[in-house]
Each structure stands twice: as structure tokens, then as C-alpha cells.
Design a protein around this ligand. Structure first.
Ligand SMILES: Cc1cc2nc3c(=O)[nH]c(=O)nc-3n(C[C@H](O)[C@H](O)[C@H](O)COP(=O)(O)OP(=O)(O)OC[C@H]3O[C@@H](n4cnc5c(N)ncnc54)[C@H](O)[C@@H]3O)c2cc1C
Ligand SMILES: *[C@@H]1O[C@H](CO)[C@@H](O)[C@H](O)[C@H]1NC(C)=O
Ligand SMILES: *[C@@H]1O[C@H](CO)[C@@H](O)[C@H](O)[C@H]1NC(C)=O
Length: 341
């Protein structure tokens, strides 16, 4: 059989990392990335890119933990290489603080991040409004650099990348054997996954190079995430809100909340406001599907719905999607050997 032709639709962190994982695992595949938008115009470009998992209620915890571990291990190696600054990957230490002691003692990811421990009384003095906190070191992906680095890696392995809006999966069936759906919130519009909904997030990207540690309130609503060039401060979680325009009242509210956690942010400069729609779902849709229409079959692998935590699990879910692509290839090979008989 000729090399299977795989189209990956979507060029956010999920599409690009999935395409890369497929070519790395199965170099004999011919992989093409098709997307309506590219960096800097995706939801992934708005994200802070911190590796702190969000919990998907519909996915077993051990699976989510494995996705996070795979992602952490992969990015840790990049952070420890000469590529780190170009790829925008770096370690960052900081604190997650709580007004009240949290109910569950330890988050499921506490032994994946580095040096997770309760904060000392002395450290807690930095946060007079908080009772309790946890200190740890994790990784952060700076976007757009990380997306551009992934694109560069893809081009270097011969992957073709085209701007194209896919209105219907079936338009791809004559050119490709397998379609991988990494369209994020875009999956809502196409054939309408009603289980997928937007959770609007507004953030400010500011110049405040003296802020070196991350600070996050335990509920995840207010956070300060320093990157290589800018500090992302946020945020909001507004379910079912599709509005991509920044709201000035929200900007002021975010700024005030973050200054109350880190007063030195009063001196932040060059404040840029960004809005993104988290593609949210009870669980990531990571599954194989065979569509058929008039006797013609199209093999699809879905990988979307990463909600508030796409960066934290992207490599793990890309690995799983690549495995599902392998299953599709086996189906195609079975079909072509039957055809020869
Ligand atoms: C404010 C904010 C902060 C965040 N912070 C973090 C964080 O710190 N850590 C973390 O882990 N996660 C974070 N997230 C979540 C993270 O951004 C998402 O989970 C992740 O970006 C989803 O990636 P994606 O590739 O699925 O979607 P996207 O980045 O939206 O990419 C989807 C791609 O599909 C393309 N597409 C869609 N429909 C079509 C179509 N019909 N035809 C062709 N192409 C199509 C789009 O053009 C785009 O290229 C944050 C999100 C927001 C909004
Ligand atoms: C991003 O969007 C802007 C405004 O629509 C457009 O001019 C630019 O070409 C886009 N960038 C990419 C890489 O698609
Ligand atoms: C992605 O999946 C959604 C939900 O099943 C579907 O509506 C959409 O057509 C798919 N898009 C692509 C490009 O695969």
C-alpha cells in the first residue's frame, strides 16, 4: 500500500503537536496540516501555557495523570536543551495559595511537578490574605514561540502546511486516507458537537520583568504567570460566552485582583489585553471514528475539547492520537490486502 496520507485539521497547540507526534512515530506517513488560522491567531496564542492541569470530570484521573506526565517529560527535556529559548519552554517556580485550607490534601499531579511541598509560615507572610499554600516548580510554554517552533519542526520533517478552512470533513476524502480533527472550539460549528462549549478567558500580557515567580489562587481564577518576555495575568472563566472583544471592566478587575496578590504589578507597563475561548467538554474527545457515506468510508481521529488545560496535556493526547492513527493505518492495510485477494 502507498504511504497513508494523513490530514491534521487545526494549527493550535493540539494540531501542531499531534502532527509532529504522528511523523515522529510513523515516518512513512505523509502528513499535511490544514488550518483556517495559525499563530498568532489561535486560542493557543492567548493561553498562558502553564503546566498546571485542569481536571476533566469525564476522564479517569490515571489517564489525565499519564497525559500530564508525558507532556511534562517531553517539555522538561526541551527546557534542558539548547533549543529552550527558541521553543519558549522554561521552568518556573512559585506558589498556589488558598484563602482556606483545600479539601483534598494533594492534587493528582503533585508528584509530577518538581519539589511540591506546603509553603512555610515565612513564605506565607507574602500573602497576608491567605491561610495556606503550596510551592512547586513547573514548566511554561511561551506562545507564540512554542507554536512557531512546532511549525518549524514540522516543516523540517517535510510536513506540508496550508491555510484552509474545512467546512465539511468529506471534502478531504478524495485527497487523504485519514483526517485528524484538532479544531478546538471550531468543532462546535462544523457538524455541531453540542457537548463542546466555550469558556471565555480574558488575560493581560504585561511588561513586568521583575516578577519571577508564578502566583495562583487555588480556585484558578486569579493568576500571575511570568514568561520569557511578558507576564500573563488573569483571568476569567465565562461559560457559553462567545465574545472575543476585550471588556474594559474585566481588564480593570483582573488588574486589581492581580495587584492585590502581587502589589508590584502596579508598575507593570505595556498592557495588552487578549481573549480566548477554551474548547471545553466533560472530557477530551480522543477517539477514532469511521464515517461512511454512500459506501465510501473516511477514517477520522478526533482530538479536541482540551478546555482550560490544553498545554498541560498536549503531548500526552498527541501520543494517544498518533496511536489511533496507527490503528486506522492497520484498518486501511487490512482493507487493501483484502482487496488484493
Ligand atoms: C485565557 C486562557 C488561558 C489559558 N491558559 C492555559 C494555561 O496556562 N495552561 C494550559 O494548559 N491551558 C491554558 N489554556 C487552555 C488552552 O489555551 C487550550 O486548551 C488550547 O489552546 C486548545 O488548543 P487547540 O489546539 O485545541 O485549539 P486552538 O488553539 O483554538 O486551535 C484550533 C485550530 O483549529 C483551526 N480550525 C478550527 N476550525 C477549523 C475549520 N473548520 N477548518 C480549518 N481549521 C479550523 C483554528 O484555526 C486553529 O488553528 C488557556 C486558555 C485561555 C483562553
Ligand atoms: C492573523 O490575523 C491577522 C488579522 O486578521 C492577519 O493579517 C494575519 O495575516 C494573520 N496571521 C497569520 C499567520 O495567519
Ligand atoms: C471535528 O469534529 C466535530 C465534532 O464531531 C465535527 O463537527 C467536525 O466536522 C470535525 N471537523 C473536522 C475538520 O474534522
Amino acid at each position: 500500500m502507498a504511504a497513508p496520507k494523513v490530514a491534521v485539521v487545526g494549527a493550535g497547540v493540539i494540531g501542531l503537536s499531534t502532527a509532529l507526534c504522528i511523523v515522529e512515530t510513523y515516518p512513512s506517513c505523509s502528513v499535511t496540516v490544514l488550518s483556517e488560522q495559525f499563530s498568532p491567531n489561535t486560542t493557543s496564542d492567548v493561553a498562558a501555557g502553564m503546566l498546571i492541569p485542569h481536571t476533566y470530570p469525564g476522564t479517569p484521573i490515571h489517564v489525565q495523570k499519564q497525559w500530564f506526565k508525558d507532556t511534562f517529560t517531553y517539555l522538561f527535556a526541551i527546557s534542558n536543551s539548547a533549543e529552550a529559548s527558541e521553543a519558549g519552554i522554561h521552568l518556573v517556580s512559585g506558589w498556589q495559595v488558598f484563602k482556606n485550607t483545600p479539601k483534598e490534601e494533594l492534587p493528582f499531579w503533585s508528584d509530577v511537578v518538581l519539589g511540591f511541598r506546603p509553603m512555610s509560615e515565612a513564605e506565607l507572610q507574602k500573602f497576608p490574605q491567605h491561610q495556606f499554600g503550596q510551592a512547586f516548580t513547573t514548566l511554561k510554554c511561551d506562545c507564540p514561540p512554542y507554536l512557531l517552533w512546532l511549525e518549524k519542526r514540522l516543516k523540517a520533517t517535510g510536513v506540508q502546511i496550508y491555510t484552509r478552512k474545512v467546512a465539511d470533513l468529506w471534502e478531504l476524502h478524495s485527497e487523504y486516507n485519514i483526517v485528524v480533527n484538532c479544531t478546538g472550539i471550531g468543532a462546535h460549528q462544523l457538524v455541531g458537537d453540542k457537548k463542546l462549549f466555550p469558556v471565555r478567558g480574558q488575560v493581560l500580557k504585561v511588561h513586568a520583568p521583575w516578577v519571577k515567580n508564578f502566583i495562583r489562587e487555588g480556585d484558578g481564577m486569579t493568576y500571575i504567570y511570568p514568561g520569557i518576555h511578558r507576564v500573563t495575568i488573569g483571568g476569567t472563566r465565562e461559560k457559553e460566552n462567545w465574545n472575543l472583544s476585550p471588556d474594559p471592566g474585566t481588564t480593570k478587575d483582573i488588574f486589581d485582583r492581580c495587584c492585590s496578590l502581587e502589589p508590584s504589578l502596579q508598575g507593570a507597563q505595556d498592557i495588552r489585553v487578549k481573549v480566548g475561548l477554551r474548547p471545553s467538554r466533560q472530557c477530551v474527545r480522543l477517539q477514532r471514528e469511521v464515517l461512511s457515506q454512500g459506501g465510501v468510508k473516511l477514517l477520522v481521529v478526533h482530538n479536541y475539547g482540551h478546555g482550560a488545560g490544553g498545554f498541560s496535556v498536549h503531548r500526552g493526547t498527541a501520543k494517544e492520537a498518533a496511536r489511533l492513527v496507527q490503528e486506522c493505518i492497520a484498518v486501511l492495510q487490512g482493507a487493501s490486502s483484502r482487496a488484493k485477494l
